[in-house]
Design a protein around this ligand. Structure first.
Ligand SMILES: *[C@@H]1O[C@H](CO)[C@@H](O)[C@H](O)[C@H]1NC(C)=O
Ligand SMILES: *[C@@H]1O[C@H](CO)[C@@H](O)[C@H](O)[C@H]1NC(C)=O
Ligand SMILES: *[C@@H]1O[C@H](CO)[C@@H](O)[C@H](O)[C@H]1NC(C)=O
Length: 815
């Protein structure tokens, strides 16, 4: 500073002095030693009352009189004082009094670099389209530096950038125009915002700089086409996917911005039919199904999609769509040929129906297998791919099943599996393979004797399992004979109904049963038949009255039983013997006393017909007693017979004779005759009976022996040996008794016919059964010649009591 001051002191003019000081000196800084430079004494300054005179009011400089120096009174800013004017100086006068003196002082103010360049707007913004051409210019703000000269603004710099370059243009007035020029095209897609700093530098020492921000916004231009993320998209769709299903999404991107980047999608270059099946969402690129896809119609689709931005730039891609099969088709069963009816005798493996099965699905979804319902005599045989034969696999029987519903079910192997079925109705036609079968293996029928001819007895019935004509049964009476007579004269069979009619009236006493065969024959060709045995049992009717065998009732003769007067109570007088040719109840006889001379003297055994005394015979009793016994069978209605029994109560024959032989004619003559006759007869009778007893005893003995031997061979007929002992000891005759009848056709001849062997004439009362009389032998012989005159009868009663007696009947013959 001091050197500077010294430098400027050299410029001293008369009455004037100049100084040069830099601006911005501190207050009180020395400007110059004015006293010395003007050559004045400091005292003169004081005495002269030296002072500064200036035109303007600004008081930058102060005069120190005591030291004789000029000082900076106030900080001087050159830019404020002179702006851009150079040189810049303060002009003032120093005035002295006593004497008046005037000195001119000039203080030049030099510039220092105290101002930095300043941009008025520290930020600049530009919006430049990326499509701006190279060399396009953009004017920038200038900076201001109030300093002058070298300290003023010298240059501009721009931060390093590829796109822009700074160009300064000098103006004639020395100002500079600052321009920014595009030297490389902008790309919004690369750099959308560019920030630059513009620096203005002055030439001070040291130099100062100011900066301004430049914001460049690169505006978009539609310089980019949309681009698909892939050129080929692959997608799959299952068939039968519902309409509206989103299949896939294609995406195209556009590097541009805003509307330039707005992409719309559309289907292009695609066959019309495919185009109708698919739709694309033009905003988001979703490919959607518009109708149904069917794997069986098309398995692939190619769809071209175009993406366009609003500027009309496009890209395209291809969607390869594969359809996935779904098991959506049932197998279809076609009946190729069908039989509706087959005969039941068809051989196994007869083809009934041919079936073809189709499934349009592919893979497992189209593989088909078929089955039929179980438990039927048919199988399904695969002949070739998808062809099946339905064949019989065992014997058929219309009688078991006349109709089959055969359900053929075919399923594919998809998951889940689909199936379809068809039902065939197969009729089995009849073959005459069943003979008629009677309901029973044999028949027994009953008919009551004395029937009216033509009466239907009963019905045989045979069934035939076949059908219609093959099951139409007719009944035929098989030829045979009964007792040498053709059976057709006994019965007839109605061919249609199987009703058996009696042809004649039957008599139980003649024929008790017979049997024959009835054949049932069906209407098949050839006919089948079977036969059955029919046994007809004729039932008894009470059509025969009892017949009294003893005592014999003959026209003129009188038989009398003798009862001694000494007879005790219970004396067996005689026994009424009767038979009934009917059987069972109808032949069960009972005996009752109907009339008697003296009812108090006799009784008749209800079942055995024995006549006994019931009180002591007295002398007063009449010799001639007459009893009427009625014999009744047990039939409904019952039939009866009566017999008159004469009893002589006497001890001797004469007594009897006197009572019984009071014949009306010639009593004198008759007396003698009768007496001799009776006498002779008694003798003969006695001899005969003795002889007879011996013979009968021998016969019975032999018969018993032979029965014992026979017995083992005849197990069926219950055998009751005749009992001759009264085991009960009641004095009554036992229920088993034996009688024989010997007849002669002529009493004067002494030969005697025995009807049969003794065993054939046994009547057995079975005490165990409830009074039924069991006939075990046929008594037909007794009635062989019922009309022949019975003249002499000998009745023999075996009685095995200790006091057995063979009493004699007296026969009176009145011929
Ligand atoms: C500013 O000064 C520095 C050193 O102080 C120098 O390196 C630089 O070049 C100068 N700038 C200009 C524009 O003169
Ligand atoms: C077969 O089907 C028909 C009709 O559905 C039916 O009337 C008939 O009874 C069936 N037959 C058999 C044997 O099931
Ligand atoms: C009756 O049928 C049997 C078989 O059941 C047969 O042996 C017999 O000969 C047949 N008789 C007649 C008379 O047809």
């Amino acid at each position: 500073m001091r050197r500077q001051v010294l430098l400027f002191i050299l410029i001293v003019y008369l009455n004037s002095v100049s100084y040069s000081i830099p601006e911005e000196m501190a207050k009180g800084s020395l400007i110059g030693n004015i006293a010395q430079d003007l050559g004045l004494d400091i005292k003169r300054l004081t005495s002269g009352k030296a002072r500064i005179f200036t035109n303007d009011n600004a008081e930058y400089v102060e005069l120190n009189r005591d030291r004789g120096v000029l000082l900076v009174k106030e900080k001087i800013d050159r830019e404020a004082l002179c702006a851009q004017t150079t040189p810049c100086a303060l002009h003032f006068q120093i005035i002295l009094e006593n004497p008046m003196e005037l000195y001119t002082v000039v203080v030049e103010i030099t510039d220092i670099n105290d101002n930095t360049p300043i941009f008025e707007k520290p930020e600049m913004a530009f919006k430049i389209s990326e499509s701006a051409v190279l060399g396009a210019k953009f004017l920038l703000e200038r900076a201001i530096d109030p300093d002058v000269g070298k300290n003023s603004l010298q240059s501009y710099f721009l931060t390093k950038t590829e796109n822009f370059v700074l160009k300064l243009k000098d103006q004639p007035d020395g100002e500079k125009i600052v321009e920014m020029i595009i030297q490389k095209p902008l790309d919004r897609e690369k750099e959308e915002e560019i920030s630059l700093v513009l620096t203005a530098v002055d030439g001070g020492e040291p130099n100062l700089s100011g900066t301004a921000q430049i914001h460049v916004t690169v505006l978009d231009a539609n310089d980019n086409a949309p681009v698909f993320t892939k050129t080929i998209y692959k997608a799959t769709i299952t068939e039968n996917a519902p309409k509206g299903t989103v299949i896939t999404r294609v995406t195209a991107s556009d590097a541009d911005k805003g509307s330039n980047s707005k992409v719309t999608y559309s289907i292009s270059n695609t066959a019309a039919d495919v185009r109708h099946m698919f739709g694309i969402n033009e905003i988001n690129g979703d490919l959607m199904l518009k109708s149904n896809v069917d794997y069986e119609k098309a398995r692939h689709y190619q769809i071209h999609v175009q993406a366009s931005d609003e500027g009309g730039l496009t890209d395209s891609c291809k969607i390869t769509l594969e359809v996935i099969d779904v098991n959506d088709n049932k197998p279809v069963i076609n009946i190729m040929s069908q039989t509706n009816v087959i005969p039941e005798d068809s051989k196994p493996a007869t083809v009934v129906t041919m079936v073809n099965v189709q499934d349009v699905d592919s893979g497992d979804n189209g593989k088909v297998h078929c089955t039929i319902n179980e438990h039927i005599p048919f199988t399904l045989k695969s002949t070739s791919n998808n062809f099946f034969n339905l064949v019989t696999d065992s014997e058929l029987d219309r009688e078991r099943a006349s109709e089959y519903n055969i359900t053929v079910t075919c399923s594919d192997e998809g998951v889940p599996s689909l199936s379809s079925s068809v039902t065939l109705t197969l009729q089995i036609s009849d073959v005459n393979d069943n003979p008629p079968v009677f309901e029973r293996s044999s028949y027994e029928a009953y008919i009551v004797e004395n029937n009216t001819p033509g009466l239907s007895i009963f019905t045989v019935r045979a069934r035939d399992a076949d059908w219609n004509q093959n099951a139409r049964v007719s009944y035929i009476l098989e030829d045979s004979s009964v007792n040498g007579v053709p059976v057709s004269s006994y019965v007839s069979v109605s061919a249609d109904s199987g009703v058996i009619h009696a042809v004649r009236s039957f008599d139980y006493e003649q024929i008790k049963d017979f049997q024959f065969h009835v054949k049932a024959q069906d209407g098949g060709s050839p006919p089948l038949s079977s036969n059955v045995t029919v046994k007809i049992l004729i039932q008894d009717q009470n059509d025969n009255p009892p017949q009294v065998l003893y005592p014999v009732q003959s026209g003129g003769s009188v038989v009398a039983e003798m009862v001694p007067r000494s007879a005790d109570v219970g004396y067996l007088v005689t026994k009424v013997v009767a038979v009934d040719v009917d059987s069972g109840q109808n032949a069960w006889l009972s005996y009752k006393l109907q009339k008697a001379t003296d009812r108090a003297l006799f009784e008749v055994g209800l079942q055995n017909g024995e006549i006994r005394t019931i009180r002591q015979v007295t002398d007063k009793d009449a010799v001639k007693q007459r009893l009427t016994v009625i014999v009744e069978d047990n039939g409904q209605p019952s039939r009866s017979a009566t017999v008159i029994v004469n009893v002589a109560v006497a001890d001797s024959f004469p007594e009897v004779l006197s009572e019984f032989t009071d014949f009306p004619h010639d009593k004198e003559y008759n007396d003698n005759l009768t007496f001799y006759l009776v006498l002779a007869l008694a003798v003969v009778s006695f001899l005969f009976i003795t002889c007879l007893v011996v013979i009968v005893s021998v016969k019975i003995y032999r018969w018993r022996q032979s029965r014992i031997l026979y017995q083992s061979n005849l197990p069926v007929i219950p055998y009751y040996p005749p009992r001759y002992s009264d085991t009960l000891g009641t004095g009554t005759l036992q229920h088993v008794y034996n009688y024989e009848v010997c007849r002669t056709t002529d009493s004067r001849k002494s030969d005697c016919k025995f009807g049969r062997a003794g065993s054939e004439n046994v009547l057995i009362m079975d005490p165990s059964s409830t009074g039924t009389m069991q006939r075990i032998q046929n008594e037909k012989s007794i009635l062989d010649e019922p009309e022949s005159p019975l003249e002499v009868i000998f009745g023999l009663f075996n009685k095995s009591r200790a006091n057995s007696l063979h009493h004699t009947q007296i026969l009176f013959i009145s011929k």
